[in-house]
Design a protein around this ligand. Structure first.
Ligand SMILES: [Zn+2]
Ligand SMILES: [Zn+2]
Length: 368
């Protein structure tokens, strides 16, 4: 079938929205009609050419939600008409990692996904010039996409697509990190570094868990204001003495939980140092540039602080995303406030421009 898609033709150039061919789903695959898709930093990062593992030509987009249009042979957990959130982080339920119960890093299709291919080593997107690769196993900057069954979370069909698409990446990363990965305790103190969608998600999660003192650090006044709306109890602009500022505000101890959501390694160091002596837990969520390293003084670990990280906030996509959608439907989870701009697929480059200008939290592409 012919579908409209935003193609990364060349690094550091605008995406080219065009009609491309999409082949039907093969065994274990599903054709999804994409209804909404957030424009995330990772799309921009890949498009810029800075990401050393990036490739083109490919169809970008990984924060999508939509409707199952057709299922391939052997697909049993989904049927036509199901509403789904598209997952760059699959959950097969059968690999050693999935069965361990200790991690959300499913290894079932990892190797092929990293190369922009579906699990059988081929692509479904193409055009006259040749094949187009998939991106993060999702390629949701397209009217329709083909994805593996294990990378689709079936969710409540009543939920609005433009809100739940955010659970495909940024929002879940922050929320799940606070809810489950760090398992924030009621009454605790929390410091969140970075008030983009991931950081704000951590604020939302910490608030849900009953954290008492939620500090958010961000140099942008606009984002600090947003953080207050999402549940921060105190906002700080940062600075070289930010660790001292946090220690001072936590009775000289440091925060029980810290979350890093900037991808800047010096901020990650600050997040470790701001964690409380004895049991402070630092969760690193930002993605740093290749080769960049954190500097941790061993004394901080010897004195009981712990450091962990979590891709997708440690969330198991098919298990946790439907739960988050249910929480959203019950009004427990704020998602709509993340959406700052609604655009069309043809305006996808505008979504990147808005991100460059740090205008708002999320642009969401709406498909008709
Ligand atoms: Zn993302
Ligand atoms: Zn698995």
């Amino acid at each position: 079938m012919k579908v409209r898609a935003a193609v990364l033709e060349e690094f550091a150039q605008p995406l080219v929205v065009q009609d491309v061919d999409l082949a039907p789903p093969k065994a274990g695959e599903v054709l999804v009609k994409v209804m909404a898709c957030g424009v995330c930093h990772t799309d921009l990062y890949t498009a810029s050419g800075v990401d050393p593992s990036g490739y083109c030509d490919c169809v970008l987009g990984h924060e999508g939600a939509g409707i199952v249009e057709e299922v391939g042979e052997g697909v049993t957990s989904l049927k036509k008409g199901d509403h789904v959130v598209c997952l760059f982080s699959p959950e097969c339920g059968e690999c050693v990692n999935c069965r361990s119960g200790k991690t959300n890093i499913c290894t079932a299709i990892r190797a092929m996904q990293g190369q922009g291919l579906l699990p059988d080593g081929t692509t479904r997107f193409s055009r006259e010039k040749g094949e187009l690769r998939h991106f993060m196993g999702t390629s949701t900057f397209a009217e329709y996409t083909v994805m593996p069954e294990i990378a689709l979370a079936k969710v409540d069909p009543e939920a609005s697509f433009d809100a739940i698409c955010l659970l495909a990446c940024g929002a879940t990363t922050g929320i799940a990190a606070a809810l489950w990965k760090a398992d924030v305790e009621a009454g605790s103190s929390v410091a969140v570094f970075g008030a983009g969608m991931v950081g704000l998600g951590a604020v939302v999660g910490a608030k849900l868990k009953g954290a008492e003192h939620i500090m958010v650090v961000d140099p942008s006044p606009v984002r600090r204001e947003l953080a207050m709306q999402f549940g921060a109890t105190e906002v700080l602009a940062g600075g070289d003495d930010i660790v001292d500022q946090i220690v001072e505000r936590t009775d000289g101890q440091g925060a029980d939980y810290t979350f890093e959501a900037t991808g800047i390694t010096s901020v990650m160091d600050q997040a470790v140092e701001s964690a409380r002596i004895g049991w402070g837990l630092c969760t690193v969520l930002g993605v740093a540039g290749k080769g960049e390293q954190m500097k941790i003084t061993p004394r901080f670990l010897i004195t009981g602080r712990k450091v962990q990280g979590g891709s997708f906030g440690g969330a198991k996509g098919r298990t946790h995303v439907p739960q988050l959608v249910d929480m959203y439907m019950k009004g427990e989870l704020e998602l709509d406030g993340f959406i700052s701009h609604r655009i069309t697929l043809d305006e996808v480059n505008k979504g990147f421009d808005l991100m460059h200008e740090q205008d708002g939290i999320r642009s969401v592409i709406q498909f008709s």
